[in-house]
Design a protein around this ligand. Structure first.
Ligand code: PLP
Length: 446
């Protein structure tokens, strides 16, 4: 109807991550409220949020403690900045807490508002640091094909997903990409997982040698690739990558925007895979996305030259109006406390088997090729429908799943799951029962 939210949405609101012309035709689903692992649309229909929003609502919807933390901070001091030698309590408290739980010794935390902003700033800091060290030629950054680090100009360039580059004139020249280490997708016929890992590592080293090791400053990686389709690393991959980076004096930036705060069954996926980064980028589950918040954690090796350079120049001339926003950091602080107090990391670890077994069972369905995952993040890879084109099977199944009352995300031929960390075994069963019904419905039409 003409005055509905749906109609006015189409009229006035330009959405991210849609085909804009298709959106003008069909509009969007209006989500009105949420409670625990469920959200409700404006007709009152209930959905299990199988992707925790955008991989982020760890503590579930409607968590009163976060609402109260935000309200209390809004009343006390709704905003202040952290420029010009000013600070605020919640930002300091959260920085201290993050340093205390970091997977490796870290020196400083710098707050930003989104994963893209955080990665973009780390790229700038990498360049600043190379200048500080008198190595102006050491500026290139290696990302990975199918890696996702955001959409701003530097972060979007490190991202290795073609749609994020096409027509945006990205990537920047300084960003190069190495192979995607997804064994199910890129393993060759007859190749063992170990041989695949060795080939991925050789690709990385070949790229470094070709570009010139003296020109490469940093390597970026998500411990488990999320937006690329939930791609878990093959055996020995991270160990091998770190040996190569050490050999050529290349910084390691671990992007735990999705993995951080329990997703893989440990507080950080760097613990799961024994990754020792110089810089750790976090967001999403840091505040359960109740407020926009991200953070860069850096070790001394990374921080000290940057501090020296700022001293030489007179100022570290970077910052956002919302860097260390007190309401965002107050919510982040309360959220991380909840994750710790309720042992949501342990919940992910304990439910991993239920979750992965459930996915494996669904992989027996005729429409599904395979399943994968770790902790409480996983995917079903559908068998492609040759005639309809790439991604058609996953799109049809994702739409049917939504119709049946669960929201997940289709990426390529995968449908991806990343439920709130508060989910129970019964709710996982409920979610997968919906998925099975949807698969059967789609199968009937084939
Ligand atoms: N890094 C990773 C690993 C992500 O998954 C995302 C978003 O999905 C980002 C960075 C970008 O974060 P944002 O959308 O908050 O800019």
């Amino acid at each position: 109807t003409p005055n509905s939210v749906e109609a006015r949405d189409i009229a006035y609101h330009m959405h991210p991550a849609v085909n804009l012309r298709k959106f003008e035709e069909k509009g969007g689903l209006v989500i009105e409220s949420g409670d625990g692992v469920y959200v409700y649309d404006n007709t009152g229909k209930r959905y299990i949020e199988g992707l925790a929003g955008l991989w982020s609502v760890a503590v579930g919807f409607g968590e009163k403690r976060l609402v109260e933390a935000a309200a209390a901070q809004l009343q006390k001091l709704p905003y202040y900045h952290s420029f010009n030698y000013k600070t605020n309590g919640p930002s300091v408290d959260l920085a201290e807490l993050l340093i205390s739980i970091a997977p490796v010794p870290m020196s400083k935390v710098h707050f930003t508002s989104s994963g893209s902003e955080a990665n973009d700033l780390v790229a700038k800091m990498v360049w600043y640091r190379s200048n500080a060290l008198g190595k102006p030629e050491k500026k290139k950054i290696i990302g990975r094909i199918k890696g996702y680090h955001g959409v701003t100009i530097a972060a979007g360039s490190i991202t290795g997903i073609p749609a994020n580059h096409t027509s945006f004139d990205l990537p920047l020249d300084r960003m190069v990409h190495t192979s995607c280490p997804s064994f199910p997708h890129f393993g060759e016929d007859g190749e063992s997982e170990e041989a695949f890992t060795a080939r991925m590592l050789k690709d990385l080293e070949d790229l470094i040698v070709k570009e010139g090791p003296e020109t490469i400053a940093a390597f970026w990686g998500e411990p488990v690739m999320g937006a690329g389709g939930v791609l878990t690393p093959p055996k020995g991959y991270w160990e091998g990558v770190q040996v190569i980076l050490k050999k050529y004096d290349i910084l390691l930036v671990a992007d735990e925007v999705i993995c951080g705060f329990g997703r893989t069954g440990k507080m950080f996926a760097c613990e799961t895979y024994d990754i020792k980064p110089d810089v750790l980028v976090i967001s999403k589950q840091l505040s359960s996305s109740y407020m926009p918040l991200s953070a860069i954690m850096m070790n001394d090796n990374f921080y000290q030259p940057i501090a020296d350079e700022s001293d030489k120049i007179g100022v570290f001339a970077h910052g956002f109006t919302a860097s260390g926003h007190p309401v965002a950091t107050a919510v982040g602080l309360e959220n991380v406390k909840i994750i710790i107090e309720r042992d949501l990391v342990g919940n992910a670890a304990r439910l991993e088997k239920t979750f992965l077994d459930g996915l494996a069972k669904l992989a027996e369905h005729p429409l599904v090729d395979s399943s994968r995952g770790i902790g409480l993040i996983g995917a079903l890879e559908l068998t492609p429908w040759e005639q309809e084109g790439a991604g058609a099977a996953a799109l049809a199944v994702a739409e049917a799943i939504q119709e049946e009352g669960c929201i997940i995300r289709n990426i390529g031929e995968a449908i991806c799951f990343c439920p709130p960390l508060i989910i129970t075994a019964e709710q996982i069963e409920e979610m997968f029962a919906i998925v099975l019904r949807a698969l059967n419905k789609v199968a009937e039409t084939r």
